[in-house]
Design a binder for this molecule. Sequence first.
Ligand code: NAD
Ligand code: UFG
Length: 350
Amino acid sequence: MSDTPRLPVLVTGGAGYIGSHTAVALYEAGFLPVLLDNLHNSSLQAVEGVKTLCEADVPFAQVDVCDREALSSVFEQHSSEDAPFAGILHFAAHKAVGESVAHPAMYASNNVGGLGTLLEVAESHGVRNVVFSSSCTVYGEPETVPVNEDAPFQHAESPYGWTKQASERVLADHAATHPAHRVALLRYFNPVGAHPSAAIGELPLGVPNNLVPFLTQAAAGIRGALTVFGGDYPTADGTCIRDYLHVMDLAEAHVSALQWCLAQDSEAHVVRAFNLGTGQGASVLEVIEAFERATGETVPHTMGDRRAGDVMAIWADPSRAEKELGWSAKRSLETSMADAWRWQQALKTR
Ligand code: NAD
Ligand code: UFG
């Protein structure tokens, strides 16, 4: 390792699922991730996992991004005029679609309000690079698949989806009023899996809403059978199709996006959206089969009704990310499933 000091990077939501994996990828790439999280949907266990994997005392602040004073003090403590944060990776947000329908104002104030506060504080500390966690939710039910970044936004199906559309707009408008601001809007498809060490992974609270955490818990006998939501869609096997990408591939995409921000030499502002997916769709039944192939375990499952609000089929055209960020997903669905299972088994022993 060279003696060049590591550039500090603020990682909001750094104790969360994607933020913690990205912190490890950032450290491996030579940056110093500074983790910030209010632990609303995470625990210190993830922070400890990051420190273990980095073999370093990675800084962590238990702070809410909506708390302007506390946020400012993190900037003051970990960055300076001479060495501002090289960028902000902004993961901190509420992310449960169903909860957002029940509590739209909470989603607006945390996801959009939190972003506004963060941008104001960042501005006063001279930070110009932002990598934002957006979602393929912004596309709604796309007219054609694979979907590319020029596809129009559809009416947001949920307040959560609206917060991602609104946040993209806030970021674009903010950058447009400031020269040399660089913003990467990362539209994730479906992140799954865990770090192969099983030191960090997804920690859903209560009954998981998402497919893979439910599937691994069903295979482990913690839950009853997995319900496949809808077997009568006009797809090859009747079940919904998504683009599942390994969380470490997604983590590495953030490093590429930050490096892309740092490489822009224009004095004009730059705002660019990137789809992050594998480019391959997999049906719910194909995910179950991939899990069974990868682990030798059986997933008890039954066919159920469609889930309200589900898009039938969506997968990414990730060619822009490949061309402009030099990133593409490398890990297979089987690898994702094997890593998700290893993490599920590690959880049992904790
Ligand atoms: P997560 O819940 O595991 O992580 C988000 C973290 O942000 C949590 O640790 C939570 O405690 C923290 N947080 C929330 N509000 C905060 C606040 N006001 N101040 C400080 N910390 C706060 O979720 P994740 O899956 O890691 O998602 C990260 C980001 O990616 C989110 O913005 C989410 O909307 C987006 N995203 C996730 C998915 C997915 O399927 N997981 C898909 C698309 C987009
Ligand atoms: N599914 C089941 N049974 C379950 C859970 C899910 O059949 O118990 C199916 C769903 O119907 C869907 C697929 O598995 O067809 C994937 O569902 P997830 O809930 O795992 O993921 P979604 O595609 O619905 O949404 C996720 C996140 C959103 C994010 C979106 C796009 O929950 O926050 O990916 O990135 F915005």
